[in-house]
Each structure stands twice: as structure tokens, then as C-alpha cells.
Design a protein around this ligand. Structure first.
Ligand SMILES: C=CC1=C(C)c2cc3[nH]c(cc4nc(cc5[nH]c(cc1n2)c(C)c5CCC(=O)O)C(CCC(=O)O)=C4C)c(C)c3C=C
Ligand SMILES: [Fe+2]
Ligand SMILES: [Fe+2]
Length: 343
């Protein structure tokens, strides 16, 4: 029998340093997130980052935490519930990190008789630290615990026309009552090194702005190309003026160079250039989370207004938007009936 496994990133069990620490430990000890050798990763993560970050992160989580729990988890659960109502297959939800494990989600499917699984990483774009680590972990757990299960993966849907349409519609609806000077597409950043590492040609990605526009097989795994493609397609779909739209990258850790421009630098720059009314959309995330609700909706707003901006609007993620659930239902139901996946 066929079934669907949705996987998102995950959250700590509560917004306390005690629960944030083991969550960050699992997250940052992932070799696809902090991609240095094991000894150095151990020193960096356990000897340095985890000494101070859990307390700081817990304070940030406390600002956005809901009565029902972490927004990312609660929203993913709502999405899953709505999807279940639109398919006649079992649908399970797992998280890459934290206590809602992928193994438990696979077990839930196996208990319902599922032996043919469509894995849906809940990321529109491919990055080794998001999409790839989910696929690798699901494959490991499947091989180890469910050897008779078949796995198929829905590829990153960053340029799928159905996805672009629902994202564009959401943006248009949110902007109906907001007069803006500029719309910023702020994507989660990654270290530049990850772009080079994920380039199968070994030479295409130069991160100079030009490579992402020249056709290449590298784009299948190039996060930078994919996020710029999403921005371009939404811009086209909505007929947005070229000079009123740009992309940037948020949430970097100290140390390496990460993809530029940095979102927080843009918040400082825009008011000085007369862009005082700003709308921000965060399409790297399908559900609102710490990085959108705290970093963008709260801290970003503060920074922009202090830099001289006058109006600021954070556009929510697709979350459990009915049209978005409908698109996912269309994709998974088509796979169930024909075995075909969207391109
Ligand atoms: C959109 C996809 C994501 C990519 C790519 C990604 C890369 C990446 N992230 C970190 C470090 C952290 N990210 C944190 C939170 C976080 N990251 C994503 C998504 C991507 N990360 C989400 C959805 C969230 C929010 C989770 C939630 O519970 O709401 C955090 C934890 C919070 C904090 O302490 O700031 C860290 C740390 C790295 C290093 C990285 C690529 C190398
Ligand atoms: Fe992250
Ligand atoms: Fe590129």
C-alpha cells in the first residue's frame, strides 16, 4: 500500500535551555550542517557553540512559542491533518531533529500496512543542510528498520508552476492593503562552501551571480540558483517591477562567508536609499518558525524601523493555506494513481 511521509526540520520540546541544548546538539552535529571533520565539529559545537547558544536560542523560542507548542511543529501538524482529509492514503509527519523522529513516522506508516512511501521533504529548495540530510536520514532508517519498504522522493519544488501560483497568490493577497517601496525575498542562508560542495560538475558554481543564470546540471542541487529562480518566477507571475524586488539571506552563523547579501544589512541599507515601506517574504520555509517569527517579524522589523524605515510587513509562510494543501494533495494523489511526480 502507498503512503506519504512529510518531513520538516523539527524544534526543541520546549523553549528552555535544557530542551534546546540536546536539540541543537543533534542539529549542529549533523555532518551536512556543520560540515567539518568530526573532531573539529565536536570542538566547535560542543566546546564552543553549545556553551552559550542554548540560553540565547531558548529566549528567542520563548518569544514565539504558542500554547500548543512550537509554531513549526503545530503548523506542520495542521498541514498534515488537512492533507489527510484530501487523500485516501496514510500520511505521517516526522522531523529531522528532535523527538518527533523519522523512525516513528515510518513505523506509523508501516503499522497501517504501507510498504511504498513517497517522501516529501518540506523544503522548496535543495540544500545539503536541509533537503539532502532529510533524504539521507530517511534512507538510513528505511534500510535499517524497514528493509522491505520502497522509497520515492518528491524533488525540490522551487519552480513548480502550482507552487509558484499559490505562493504568488498569497503574496498578492497580503499586499492588497500594504503600499510598499520594496519587497524583499529573504531566504535562509548557507555557507558559500556548501554551494561548491553540492556542485556535481566541480566547477560550475562560482557564486559570482553569473553561474546561476547559465544552464547547468549543477542547478539541480544549487540552493543559490533555486532561490533566485523562485524570486524571478514570482516576480513574473505577479508582474512586479524589477527595481522593487530583491533577494537576500538570513540566519547566518559566525565564521565562514555565507551567501550574500545578508538580510540584516539590507534592513539597514533600504531606508537610506528611500525604501522606507518594506514587505518581507520568507519562501525558504513552508511553515513559520523561529527564523521567520522572531528573526524577521520581530527583530527584523525593529532593525528596519530603527534604521529609518516607516512601514514593515512580514508576509507569513504558506503554512496550512488551503490552496497550498490542495497543491500538495494534487501531487501526492497523482503519484498514488499514476506513479508520476510533478516536475
Ligand atoms: C530552509 C532551510 C534551512 C536551511 C538550508 C538551514 C541551514 C542551516 N541552519 C543552521 C543553523 C540553525 N538553524 C536554526 C533554525 C532553523 N533553520 C531552519 C531551516 C533551515 N536551516 C528552520 C526552519 C529553523 C527553525 C526551527 C524552529 O524550531 O522553528 C537554528 C536554531 C535556532 C538558533 O539557535 O538560531 C540553528 C542553529 C545552519 C548552520 C545551516 C547551514 C549550514
Ligand atoms: Fe537553519
Ligand atoms: Fe550558481
Amino acid at each position: 500500500m502507498k503512503g506519504v511521509l512529510l518531513v520538516n526540520l523539527g524544534s526543541p520540546d520546549s523553549p528552555t535551555a535544557k530542551d534546546v541544548k540536546p536539540y541543537l546538539d543533534e542539529f549542529l552535529m549533523d555532518e551536512r550542517v556543520i560540515d567539518v571533520n568530526k573532531v573539529w565539529r565536536n570542538i566547535l559545537v560542543r566546546g564552543i557553540i553549545l556553551q552559550t547558544r542554548p540560553k540565547k536560542s531558548a529566549e528567542a523560542y520563548a518569544k514565539i512559542w504558542w500554547e500548543e507548542g512550537s509554531p513549526l511543529i503545530v503548523i506542520s501538524e495542521r498541514f498534515t491533518e488537512k492533507l489527510r482529509a484530501q487523500t485516501n492514503m496514510p500520511v505521517a509527519l516526522g522531523m529531522r531533529y528532535g523527538s518527533m523522529t523519522i523512525k516513528n513516522a515510518l513505523q506509523e506508516l508501516a503499522d497501517k500496512g504501507v510498504d511504498d512511501v513517497l517522501l516529501v521533504p518540506l523544503y522548496p529548495h535543495y540544500a545539503m543542510s536541509s533537503f539532502e540530510t532529510v533524504v539521507v536520514k530517511v534512507m538510513e532508517d528505511q534500510r535499517q528498520f524497514f528493509p522491505n519498504m520502497r522509497l520515492t522522493t518528491l524533488q525540490a519544488f522551487y519552480k513548480n508552476p502550482d507552487y509558484i501560483k499559490v505562493l504568488s497568490k498569497l503574496i498578492a493577497d497580503e499586499l492588497k492593503d500594504f503600499e510598499y517601496d520594496h519587497i524583499l525575498f529573504s531566504y535562509h542562508g548557507i555557507p558559500e562552501r556548501h554551494i561548491r560542495k553540492s556542485d556535481p560538475t566541480g566547477y560550475h558554481c562560482k557564486i559570482d551571480g553569473s553561474c546561476c543564470k547559465v544552464n547547468s546540471v549543477a542547478h539541480n542541487t544549487c540552493y543559490r540558483h533555486q532561490v533566485y529562480a523562485t524570486t524571478e518566477m514570482v516576480k513574473k507571475e505577479l508582474g512586479l517591477p524589477e527595481d522593487k524586488v530583491s533577494s537576500s539571506f538570513q540566519s547566518r552563523l559566525a565564521g565562514d562567508p555565507w551567501l550574500k547579501p545578508y538580510t540584516d544589512y539590507e534592513f539597514e541599507r533600504f531606508p537610506k536609499e528611500g525604501k522606507k515601506r518594506l514587505a518581507v517574504i520568507t519562501p525558504a520555509f513552508v511553515s513559520d518558525c523561529l527564523e521567520t517569527l522572531e528573526e524577521i517579524a520581530m527583530e527584523g522589523k525593529k532593525q528596519f524601523l530603527e534604521a529609518g524605515g516607516t512601514d514593515y510587513k512580514h508576509i507569513p509562510c504558506l503554512n496550512d493555506n488551503d490552496a497550498w494543501v490542495g497543491v500538495m494533495a494534487k501531487w501526492v494523489n497523482e503519484w498514488q494513481v499514476t506513479g508520476a511526480l510533478p516536475s
